[in-house]
Design a binder for this molecule. Structure first.
Ligand code: HEM
Length: 447
């Protein structure tokens, strides 16, 4: 049945299993969200209500549901109210926490920081810095890839995002970001003394003061970092951000970029380690562009076709943002069910990406699924949604592709990714996907 929404909305009540009193299904969700989702769908179908993290959420499953919620052509759903329970205290007024006209106006200004010229600048900084990290990793017999790439992303962010390389406060800044992100993922949502939430709130306060003090100089500066571009961003009608908006957006952007890139490149390295034939294919592609001697240019990024397929496939198997939520601002109906105004509505990228009806053998790494022959045209356009879709679709999508390609282009032509024989790892899914053991790997120098 097609998705529908209308003003006088009727329909069946959504079936529900709220689980335990108060906690609902929180613990099962944290342990194995796929198992919980499969069980609920087997019982209720594609629309049902559960409770977790003290909230009742109507879960909608499948590409049509993703389209209904993300494309949201009738403006039925608030992203702000969907995300605020998780992000409000630490990342208030970030782009994802704005709605409708207000959101559109801010997105237009922020778009200036993601145009071609600023992107070239970010790329240049990354190209200068990434090889040294990779060489340092290769000096150990074995290292935890997830931890290493996380540290690299954090340090790169100080440079690419803030233009503060070697700054006396860079350690404190990195710690502040780490504290904010950890706090936003914690179960305790109130900043009681001794909690990680308290640490996170203090870290935000530090960052607000630190960034605010830098704004006057960045408004007139000529740096190539994202913060400078945000301070100078102007839309086609001449609108700019206020100081407070710059600070709010900067802190949010930093969070949005950090763990997502860390998680997705970790999955890619894991799958390449398990599928060495794919390392060879990417290597051939890179050599055809002159690797390792010829650096990539902004223009040749698009020539890394197989590398892009491989990254997309990693994002399919393990979407770094496994699920998303919205709140209905009016009564709506979907597949004949009535969803009352005020309901929290959740969709799962993870479940969509691992649905065997759309993706045969879903856990098999097969980047050719993203080639024209692999069925891209035939598939529903909301069957692959690691970056969301519609008005709130990830603004840093090209940035993410660029960073992943730069890392691979610096790594694969010089080193082979080697996993322990027969190795496989378990990924923690919630709140963000990461390998439970940090993914031990070895980089073997190529001849
Ligand atoms: C592989 C890496 C990434 C993934 C998987 C990812 C995923 C997502 C998703 C799913 C959303 C939509 C959330 C929603 O609709 O509720 C989103 C939004 C956003 N992302 Fe990303 N992201 C990634 C990297 C980045 C990077 C590198 C940046 C910035 C440099 C960034 C900036 C943003 C921003 C600003 C938004 C909010 C857009 C809006 O509300 O209009 N992301 N991202």
């Amino acid at each position: 049945m097609p998705a529908d929404s209308q003003s006088a909305v009727s329909g069946k009540p959504v079936p529900q299993d709220l689980g335990w009193p108060i906690f609902g299904h929180t613990f099962e969700l944290l342990k194995d969200p796929m198992k919980l989702g499969n069980r609920m769908r087997a019982r209720f179908g594609d629309v049902y209500k559960t409770r977790s993290f003290f909230m009742e959420v109507v879960q909608l499953f499948g590409p049509e549901a993703n389209e209904f919620v993300l494309l949201d052509k009738d403006q039925n759903f608030s992203s702000k109210e969907g995300w605020e329970p998780i992000l409000k205290r630490l990342f208030p007024r970030g782009l994802m926490l704005l709605d409708f006209d207000h959101h559109r106006a801010h997105r237009r200004i922020m778009g200036a920081a993601f145009k071609t010229e600023p992107m070239r600048g970010y790329m240049h900084t990354m190209q200068e810095r990434i090889p040294a990290y990779i060489d340092a990793w290769a000096t150990s017999d074995e290292f935890r890839f997830y931890d290493a790439i996380k540290d690299m992303s954090l340090e790169l962010a100080t440079d690419v995002f803030l233009g503060l390389v070697g700054h006396e406060d860079s350690k404190r800044i990195n710690q502040a970001l780490t504290d904010m992100v950890s706090a936003s993922m914690g179960v305790v949502r109130v900043p009681l003394p001794g909690t990680i939430m308290r640490k996170g709130v203090q870290a935000r306060q530090f960052m607000v003061e630190f960034l605010t003090a830098l704004i006057p100089q960045r408004r007139d500066g000529n740096g190539s970092d994202l913060f400078t571009h945000l301070c100078q961003a102007v839309d086609d009608d001449g609108n700019r951000f206020t100081d407070q908006e710059i600070v709010d957006h900067m802190i949010f952007l930093w969070m949005a970029a950090h763990d997502t890139i860390t998680s997705s490149t970790t999955t890619l390295v894991y799958e390449l380690g398990r599928n060495p034939e794919w390392q060879d294919k990417l290597l051939d592609e890179m050599r055809s562009l002159g690797a390792p001697d010829t650096p990539l240019s902004y223009e040749t990024l698009g020539d890394l076709v197989l590398t892009e397929y491989a990254f997309k496939e990693a994002l399919r198997i393990n979407p770094p943002v496994p699920s998303m939520s919205r709140r209905a601002v009016r009564d709506v109906s979907f597949k004949g069910y009535h969803i009352p105004k005020g309901s929290y509505v959740g969709i799962s990228m993870l479940a969509t990406h691992r649905d065997k009806n759309t993706w045969p053998e879903p856990m098999r790494f097969d980047p050719m699924r993203f080639s024209p022959e692999g069925g891209t045209k035939e598939r529903h356009r909301f069957a692959w949604v690691p970056f969301g879709g519609g008005a709130h679709m990830c603004l840093g999508l090209h940035f993410a592709y660029m960073q992943a390609k730069l890392i691979m282009y610096d790594l694969l032509p010089r080193y082979e990714i080697v996993l322990r024989p027969g190795y496989s790892t378990d990924f923690q899914i919630m709140p963000l996907i990461k390998p439970k053991d940090g993914l031990p790997v070895r980089l073997k120098q190529r001849d």
